[in-house]
Design a protein around this ligand. Structure first.
Ligand code: UDP
Length: 246
């Protein structure tokens, strides 16, 4: 049995908005536990999306394994249960990396354009992960000046983020979903290797049905559209239909 089969949950290290992180008896790993709690609008809106923790955990793990098959390094180690996963312990690069294929959300608001404009090329932007400052948007020069990451690390993060976009866009197109935009976070292993961390789920991506443009993500909660649980379940069953067909 390898060490990663034996990992035991120890103490709570951190509780965030949607996840808890526990130390383990192995210094290289932590256990992430996904909650049903949801927040939006910079933490002003709070609620529960029943079943979300389990869906996000399982969907994110499945997508991370898909990305690994395409040569993307991730923090994923092993799914323990519906809500819990062993991941590599990383130091998170304090940047939110947002890729957009179609205008929506803050992009539409900031630049005064309708939602749904398909871009010729995907865009990338960064926010500084800092709740007290409300995650301000910054560019790569600011990130380097603030020593949030080195120039080389940013170059690698950008290249990897665009590669992830190409893989995920195709994956979701095959299950009838437009990948509108999404947020990634990266972490550093003790040897400095950059890996994809955090999660890929309806909390962190905008998914629109390819035929109807129906929203199948957290915008249903953010915008009080109703049917949030059903949208998460629909995404889950589409993602896992891919698995069953393989
Ligand atoms: N996003 C996220 N966490 C954040 C901010 C954004 O996961 O703290 C995701 C969001 O789900 C969407 C994409 O990043 O898929 C772009 O979000 P946007 O900047 O449009 O912000 P929003 O309109 O969600 O405030």
């Amino acid at each position: 049995m390898s060490i990663k089969d034996e990992v035991k949950k120890c103490e709570l290290l951190y509780e965030g908005k949607a996840k808890k992180v526990y130390s383990t008896d192995c210094a290289d790993y932590v256990i992430v536990s996904y909650k049903d709690d949801a927040t939006a609008l910079d933490g002003l809106k709070k609620g529960t999306i029943t079943g979300k923790g389990s869906i996000n955990n399982r969907m994110s793990n499945y997508l991370m394994q898909k990305l690994e098959e395409h040569g993307i390094r991730t923090h994923y180690v092993r799914e323990l249960s519906d809500r819990e996963t062993v991941v590599k312990k990383v130091s998170i690069v304090p940047l939110e990396v947002i890729i957009r294929n179609i205008s929506a959300g803050s992009f539409s608001k900031k630049y005064g354009v309708e939602e749904g404009i398909v871009f010729d090329e995907p865009t990338i932007e960064f926010s500084y992960k800092n709740d007290a400052l409300h995650d301000p948007m910054l560019n790569q020069y600011h990130a380097i000046a603030l020593k949030l990451a080195t120039k080389e690390e940013i170059a690698e993060i950008k290249e990897t983020a665009f590669k992830i976009n190409e893989i995920l866009k195709k994956f979701f197109a095959d299950i009838g979903v437009k990948l509108v935009d999404f947020k990634l976070e990266f972490g550093k292993l003790p040897d400095g290797t950059i890996v994809l961390a955090d999660e890929i789920s309806p909390d962190t991506c905008r998914f629109w049905d390819a035929e109807t443009n129906e929203k199948l993500d957290k915008d249903r909660f953010r915008r009080d559209l109703g049917g949030t649980e059903q949208a998460y379940e629909e995404m889950m069953s589409r993602v896992f239909s891919d698995k069953e067909n393989k």
